[in-house]
Design a protein around this ligand. Structure first.
Ligand code: FES
Length: 258
């Protein structure tokens, strides 16, 4: 019996930060069931409904409201960002497995590239009764790419920033900030594939427990289209489906090609 919800949800709030838009939707069933790291498939309302929905990670839960952070790149996300309060969106979810929260007393490092910070707000809330020692390492192209991180300050996370143009934080990539990462740390990572690959390699080399939140190319979000598959380190093992086996994997569980 599936516990996924497929319904039309009204937008209740909109927040805009640089190229990001946070859509708050009224979705009590999803808010009640979701765990940190899960995602929803979101589409435009009819009659503008696009056949393809976008996979968007759950950014936060507030009572019966669910927040979705959208980077305004591509047709669907630009159209979503142009909706206004009261407009409905089509939503399926919650989907995927979510993060493993068993940090065993370790300090937590969240490593985010661009919109990859989106699932970490929900994760930080989920970890709040387990640790106060959370550092968010966030990188992006420029100051605008990092303007949606106010939630981290409000939640009391330590933040360490890197921007490619040097306009905020250290100049360069977020991976440049991780040189001192200790094996005693629990790492969570979300962002572009090269960044994921780089942090995965670092974690495996230093035996740092590390969970990767993958995006994949999700057309269906429910294990049907096979568009999101990801290789396993053991070539004899079947490919993982990011949408149903993930989107969260331990660093040892996947081989990140391409
Ligand atoms: Fe269709 Fe994963 S998105 S199988």
């Amino acid at each position: 019996m599936s516990d996924k919800v497929f319904r039309t949800c009204p937008i209740t709030r909109l927040e805009r930060f640089g190229r990001e838009t946070v859509l708050w939707i009224q979705a009590p069933d999803i808010a009640a069931k979701a765990v940190a790291g899960q995602f929803v498939m979101v589409g435009l309302p009819r009659p503008r409904a696009n056949f393809l929905k976008r996979a968007i990670s759950i950014h936060a839960i507030d009572g019966a409201e669910v927040a979705l952070a959208v980077l305004t790149v591509g047709d669907v996300s630009v159209a979503l960002s142009r909706l206004t309060v009261g407009d409905p969106v089509e939503v399926i979810g919650p989907l995927g497995n979510g993060f493993d929260l068993d940090i065993q007393g370790r300090p937590v490092a969240m490593v985010a590239g661009g919109i990859g910070h989106a699932p970490f707000r929900f994760l930080a809330a989920a970890l709040a009764d387990r640790t106060k020692d959370i550092t968010l390492y966030a990188g992006g192209r420029d100051r605008a790419a990092l303007s949606g991180l106010g939630w981290a300050d409000k939640m009391g996370l330590k933040t360490v920033l890197a921007s490619e143009d040097g306009s905020i934080g250290q100049g360069g990539y977020v991976t440049d900030l991780l040189g001192d990462l200790s094996p005693a740390t629990q790492v969570y990572v979300c962002g572009p594939l090269p960044m994921l690959r780089s942090v995965q390699a670092l974690a495996l080399a230093r035996a740092i427990p590390c969970q990767l939140s993958l995006e994949g190319k999700m057309a269906c979000g429910v294990g049907v289209c096979l568009g999101c598959t990801c290789a396993r380190p053991d070539p004899t093992e079947a490919y993982a489906k990011v949408c149903t086996d993930g989107p969260v994997f331990w660093a040892e569980e996947v081989k990140l090609d391409g």
